[in-house]
Structure formats: C-alpha cells, structure tokens
Design a protein around this ligand. Structure first.
Ligand code: SAM
Ligand code: SF4
Length: 332
C-alpha cells in the first residue's frame, strides 16, 4: 500500500486497550478517566482479522500497544496468533514494563510473550530515580519495571529498547544514569520529544526539551556522538553512536525534526476499532462498524486502502494541535 505522498505502509500499531496501571503526566494524568466500554473494545478475534487483511495488503510488522497492553488478559495468546499470520514478519510490544515479571501459570509474562514469538520489547523508562519515577507516572513501580526489564532479558527477546520521554528540568539529571543502565543491560536507549497527545497543558515551553538539546547534554557525558544515518529500527528514530563504547542512542523528535514524517510507514488501529492514518492528525475511520456490520474480506481490504489514500503528508503537531483523543486511547 502506498499513499499519495509515496509513504509505503507496512507497519500497523495495534492498541489492545485504553487502560493502564500508571498515570504518566504526559499521557494520562491522574484525572477521572472515561474508559471504553467492553462492547466498544475490539475482541482479539476482530483484531486478528484486521491484521490478517492488512497482511494481504503489505502490512509486515505489528507493534502491540495501548494503554498498557499487559493489563489485558490473554495478551500472549493474542500475540501468538499474530505471529502465525502469513506475511507478518515481526511482532513487537510496547509496555511500561511493570507486568513483564508477573508470573502466571509458572511463567513470567515476558517468557510467555517471547514464547509467542514477540521479538522486540519497547519499555518506557523515564528515570532510574524512584521518586522521580513516581512523580512522572504517579505510581511507585520503578522496582517492578526494573525486574520486568530483567525478565525480558532472561526471556531472550532479540531487542529491548528503553524509551524516555524528554521533560525539561527533569530528564537533564537522568541522562548519565539512563545511558549507563542501557549499556549494562545491552538495551537500545531512545529519547522521545514530548508531543501534544494528552492534555494540552503538558506541552509547554516549561516542559519541552528538544532532541538537539538532549543530544548536547548527552555529549557532556559521552563526548561527541557520531550520527548513524544508516542504522534504522523501522521508525523515525535517528541514531547516534558513542565512539568510545559503541553504544547507540536514538532521538525521536516529532516536534523539531522536520523530516520526521518523510518515511512514515504506519497505520494505527485503536482498541475501539478506529483506523488512524497518523498519530498527529484528527483523521480516523470507523472500522468497527464495518467489521460488525458483516463486511467481506474484500470490503475490509478496500477500507484499509481508502484510509491509506487519506494519509496526510505530515502530522499537525506543529500547528497548535489540540488532541481530540488522548494518547492512551490511540496507542503510542
Ligand atoms: N503503556 C505502554 C508504554 O508506556 O510504553 C505503551 C503505550 S504508551 C502510550 C507508548 C509510548 O508513548 C511510550 O513510550 C510513552 O512514553 C509515549 N508517550 C506517551 N505520551 C507521550 C507524549 N505526550 N509525548 C511523547 N511520547 C508519549
Ligand atoms: Fe500508561 Fe504508557 Fe501512557 Fe504511561 S505512557 S500512562 S504507562 S499508557
């Protein structure tokens, strides 16, 4: 599938829930939440059908996300179904890590996911300081996250990525410890610019830390970084290498990297069954009604292609974007 701007679509983010056991300041602050009702949420069978059709149209990679995907029962079984779909080459998961070490039926969730064929785990980690972690996520769960990362390492994922959202007056102090921790765990550390995908007041000049500034701060610890334009992980991260150690660090700058959307290959399926061509656009299309209206596979494929044809050239984040859905209800 190719859109009007030459984006080749091969990647689908599948959000399995809008619920989460944390309340990150930039994603889902502590206020009263209005969750999708059970009947509004797609069943796993419905999601598998959507992915199966997507795969016939060129979707090759899936990332399972949320909300916190590990809060939805049966997540490993769902991932196992996805990895069996012909044409799907890789399935990854994005998680806050708090439940990776949880044991169910004698195996950690990390082991169950790895056994299901999930190859990459992206784990959110904004701080290694327990107080800062608690302030950021409103939960005192850092020890569980660190056990979760260890469980993922033990489970043998091909790759573990640590994602840190850049917050001014906070992340600056965290950088050396995060770099050191990622090196020790052989994980790929990425810094993500704050995006306007939650309550608007989170994204302000007081909070925003640009990737260029983060890079300069990293260099104070590591010395000059070397850009590695040829190293890619299937997304918009730009990677740099620390020459002395070879460690790679990624920077994801939706706000300041003006080339951010050039190679976008993504669609998003929300847990309530909307197909979204772009995270930073109001466009979304109601796949659930079509699915539940008894559509044929051919109609579902045509729906996909119509959404791809409407994919915008780039996101709207730089134009005073006011989110119409919270990140938690889209799937990061
Ligand atoms: N709960 C999982 C987690 O935390 O990784 C998966 C869902 S979360 C919405 C996916 C990613 O979106 C996380 O890496 C999170 O840090 C990021 N994210 C959430 N809100 C964001 C924001 N306002 N700006 C930038 N990234 C954000
Ligand atoms: Fe939950 Fe992830 Fe959002 Fe934090 S970033 S509130 S862990 S969904």
């Amino acid at each position: 599938m190719e859109d009007l701007f030459g984006h080749r679509i091969s990647y689908l983010r599948v959000s399995v829930t809008d619920r989460c056991n944390e309340r990150c300041r930039y994603c889902m602050p502590e206020e009263e939440q209005a969750w999708f009702a059970k009947e509004e949420t797609l069943s796993y069978d419905e999601m598998v059908r959507v992915v199966r059709i997507g795969a016939t149209l060129g979707i090759k990679r899936i990332r399972v996300t949320g909300g916190e995907p590990l809060t939805r029962p049966g997540i490993a079984g769902f991932c196992a179904e996805l990895t069996q779909i012909p044409g799907i080459e890789s399935v990854g998961i994005s998680t806050n890590g708090t439940l990776l070490a949880k044991v169910e039926n004698g195996r950690t969730l990390a082991e169950q996911l790895a056994a299901a064929g999930v190859r990459t785990a992206n784990v959110s980690l904004d701080s290694l300081d327990r107080d800062v972690y608690q302030r950021t996520t409103s939960r005192d769960l850092l020890p569980r996250v660190l056990s979760g990362i260890d469980a993922a390492i033990d489970a043998g994922f091909d790759s573990i990525r640590l994602n840190c959202v850049l917050m001014k007056n906070q992340t600056e102090r965290e950088l050396p410890a995060l770099i050191d921790y990622a090196a020790k765990k052989n994980a790929l550390l990425r810094f993500i610019e704050l995006m306007p995908v939650s309550t608007q007041e989170v994204l302000s000049d007081d909070n925003f830390l640009a990737i260029a500034t983060a890079r300069q701060l990293v260099e104070q610890t590591t010395g000059p970084l070397i850009e590695e334009p040829d190293f890619k992980t299937n997304g918009p991260a730009v990677y740099h290498r620390i020459p002395a150690t070879g460690q790679r660090i990624g920077f994801i700058g939706a706000m300041t990297n003006l080339h951010f959307c050039e190679n976008c290959n993504k669609l998003r399926l929300t847990s309530d069954g909307k197909l979204r061509p772009c995270l930073g656009s109001y466009l979304e299309f109601d796949l659930r009604s079509v699915l539940r209206g008894g559509c044929s596979d051919a109609e579902l494929a045509a729906f996909f292609q119509n959404v791809v044809a409407r994919k915008p050239k780039e996101h709207d984040f730089r134009h005073n974007y006011q989110p119409n859905r919270r990140m938690i209800a889209i799937g990061g």
